[in-house]
Design a binder for this molecule. Structure first.
Ligand SMILES: Cc1ncc(COP(=O)(O)O)c(C=O)c1O
Length: 364
């Protein structure tokens, strides 16, 4: 399997630029700019003594906390070493031989499917429609006899377009899925910024929905690696059988239990993001020739002016210690697209300044 280019590789950037990692400003991974909740440090300190034991392979306390939060039974939750681990378990655990992916989107679904020998097809949101989710096309693809899809993968809100399928539309898709006896995989890695649209409440009526969630982005701890899956208990059991033992370490389990109790952090993060995203987008839109797509998440997709190259811009910004996600290699996007995370006001201003200088120099 070839390694895809994801955002967030600050180590590679630091090595290439010959600067320390902490001099890199990473806009390429979409991580909560407020940093992890303060309770994280305390949780790590008190969990250190558990390191002499293997971690709880069943993540009992954490599953209990997540179950309470999501309003489901703990038997409907499987915790993983980041949601990436769970994405890779899915195709074999559910016997997915052919899948439909709603693109352009996170590349790991296709990678996991191809690794399991599954056939992958896409329906794409289109630039001309400002990347509106291609719901009609999805429903049409699902209603044809051939090819028949064992599963549909939807990222909601979608990375990198920042667009969202509403819960009522998702319900429509779920009904078709039920009739076809397929699976609807909904990745809610970025749902914390638009919670009331989660499909979690559909789980009890739709046992063929499987949801993925990540704790690494909203709680700003991608280095700790925790994600979880929500689905029917039978699905969870099937997945668990394939998961390596102890894949979620003790510190990660303890930290997640602690941060989930910090409701003030959640509110502060949501309020900050709503305000700063709109300020940042306005600032970016003022750059000549730059198109900024609307987003409900903590990142924005940007189309650079005509004749720009996303790869070149990403390289130039990297030379200034600013990492952005070059989206030109993502199926369904153009050579002029980059994705940037919404960070703090000061950091965002720095990026707008650097991008503005590039745009001004590149103007004919
Ligand atoms: C849409 C989406 N899903 C899942 C993941 C994986 O997250 P993690 O493995 O850190 O939980 C990512 C990471 O960027 C993502 O963008």
């Amino acid at each position: 399997m070839t390694q895809p280019t994801h955002g967030g590789n600050v180590y590679k950037a630091a090595y290439e630029q010959q600067i320390p990692v902490d001099r890199i400003l990473d806009f390429s991974a979409s991580i909560n700019p407020l940093g992890p909740p303060a309770v994280m440090r305390h949780a790590i300190r008190s969990a250190i003594k558990q390191i002499v034991h293997y971690p709880d392979p069943d993540c009992r306390q954490l599953r209990q906390a997540l179950a309470q939060r999501c309003g489901v039974d703990p038997s409907m939750i499987l915790v993983g070493n980041g949601s990436t681990e769970l994405i890779h378990l899915l195709p074999r655990a559910l016997g997915i031989k052919s899948a439909l992916i709603v693109g352009p989107t996170f590349e790991e679904y296709a990678r996991a499917l191809q690794d399991a020998g599954s056939t992958v097809r896409y329906v794409y949101a289109r630039r001309e429609e400002r990347f509106r989710p291609p719901v009609t096309e999805v429903l049409r693809a699902l209603s044809t006899k051939r090819p028949r899809f064992d599963a549909v993968f939807v990222c909601n809100p979608n990375n990198p377009t920042g667009q969202m399928i509403t819960r009522s539309v998702m319900c429509e898709i779920a009904e078709v899925i039920e009739r076809r006896q397929s699976w609807l995989i909904v990745d809610e890695a970025f749902i914390d910024y638009c919670q009331n649209q989660s499909v979690v409440s559909l789980l009890s009526a739709h046992p063929r929905i499987v949801m993925l969630r990540s704790l690494t982005k909203f709680y700003a701890m991608p280095g700790l690696r925790v994600g979880y899956l929500l689905g029917a208990s039978k699905v969870v059991d099937q997945m668990k059988e394939r998961q390596p033992p102890w894949s979620v370490n003790s510190l990660a389990q303890a930290v997640c239990c602690a941060v989930l109790r910090d409701r003030a952090y959640e509110i502060k993060s949501r309020v900050f993001m709503a305000n700063e995203r709109s300020r940042f987008m306005k600032e970016l839109r003022s750059l000549p020739g730059v198109r900024v797509y609307s987003s409900v998440a903590n990142f924005v997709l940007i189309e650079l002016p005509d004749r720009s190259s996303a790869g070149l811009v990403a390289d130039q910004l990297a030379a200034e210690g600013l990492l952005v996600r070059d989206c030109s290699t993502l199926p369904g996007l153009s050579a002029r697209m980059i994705r940037v995370a919404v960070r703090t006001v000061k950091e965002n201003r720095r990026l707008t300044g650097a991008l503005g200088a590039y745009v001004a120099n590149a103007a004919p």
